[in-house]
Ligand binder design. Structure first.
Ligand SMILES: Nc1ncnc2c1ncn2[C@@H]1O[C@H](COP(=O)(O)OP(=O)(O)OP(=O)(O)O)[C@@H](O)[C@H]1O
Ligand SMILES: [Mg+2]
Length: 274
């Protein structure tokens, strides 16, 4: 299997479903048997509250106090490990900026240290250094987009930001997905906007997440939809999203194995010739 995959859930838009998606992606992958580290980069600390935990200055402890990552993580659900944040995360970001932190800040502080994890999932704020660093580290980017004009504009702006970082840092392009959010298919406006999103972003568009009161209720209770209403259609849609991401990791593993086989056979040919 490929080494750990980094999935960054991000947008320049507030309130578009970043934390809901990051938490459900992390929880769904953990339910499927994977070891997952969910890192909250936002000052609101909502990854913790959405999982029924208290926000805590763990990102601050990591970046400012330089405490070891393993000491700062709690297992919020079986196999789902949380690096929590709170308002101090903003101080940590200012501190990093003053120290001239580069785009690889989170790569070095979290990704490289996340030994034994299959996935690292970043939930980001809608702007700033920590968001840019999480984009830099991503193998996969997911941008949640409410299906209205500001939501679609937000997705377009996020794609430009990701491309700018990729070009500036000379990175290979990460896989990018747009996740339509809060869709009410009973309205013609939602159906029309969903089509417009599909026309604009094509195969990058994932299965739409419907608007559901149950999701708000689950979040208010500090539960995931998998715990609160496992039979709900929204639970199935997030499970499908997890399968899509897990399949990418499996594909990456196969292509790594094929490359390594090719390299070994090249080496054997060279030895044979010598
Ligand atoms: N499928 C859904 N149906 C209805 N409400 C939802 C759904 N998913 C999430 N919500 C609600 O939408 C709101 C915004 O979600 P969320 O906090 O995930 O967005 P965010 O992008 O992380 O926001 P912020 O920019 O403040 O970090 C929350 O109140 C959440 O309960
Ligand atoms: Mg959030």
């Amino acid at each position: 299997m490929a080494s750990r995959m980094v999935v960054t859930v991000s947008s320049n838009k507030g309130g578009c479903g970043k934390t809901t998606t990051a938490v459900h992606l992390a929880a769904g992958l953990a339910n499927a048997g994977h070891q997952v580290l969910l890192a909250d980069l936002d000052k609101q600390g909502h990854c913790a509250t959405f999982l029924g935990r208290d926000p805590a200055p763990r990102l601050y402890d990591l970046l400012v106090k330089e405490r070891p990552l393993a000491e700062l993580i709690v297992e919020a659900r079986p196999r789902l490990h949380l690096l929590a944040g709170n308002s101090e995360s903003l101080v940590a970001q200012d501190f990093a900026r003053l120290r001239n932190a580069q785009a690889d800040l989170l790569e070095r502080a979290i990704v490289e240290k996340a030994i034994g994890y299959d996935y690292v999932v970043f939930d980001t704020p809608p702007q700033g250094l920590l968001q840019e660093c999480a984009i830099y580290s991503a193998d996969v980017l997911i941008t949640p987009a409410p299906v209205d004009y500001p939501g679609m504009d937000g997705a377009a702006q996020f794609v430009l930001l990701a491309q700018r970082i990729q070009e500036r840092e000379r990175l290979p392009a990460p896989r990018l997905f747009v996740l339509p959010m809060f869709v009410d298919r009973r309205t013609s406006e939602a159906r029309y906007n969903l089509e417009a999103l599909q026309e604009r972003f094509g195969e990058w568009v994932l299965e739409a997440v419907p608007v559901r009161t149950r999701m708000r209720e689950a979040i208010a209770e500090g539960e995931t939809i998998f715990d609160y209403a496992p039979g709900d259609d929204i639970a199935d849609i997030y499970t499908g999203l997890c399968r899509t991401i897990a399949a990418l990791r499996t594909d990456a593993a196969h292509s790594d194995a094929a490359q390594s086989d090719a390299a070994q056979s090249d080496a054997a040919c060279t030895e044979g010739k010598g």
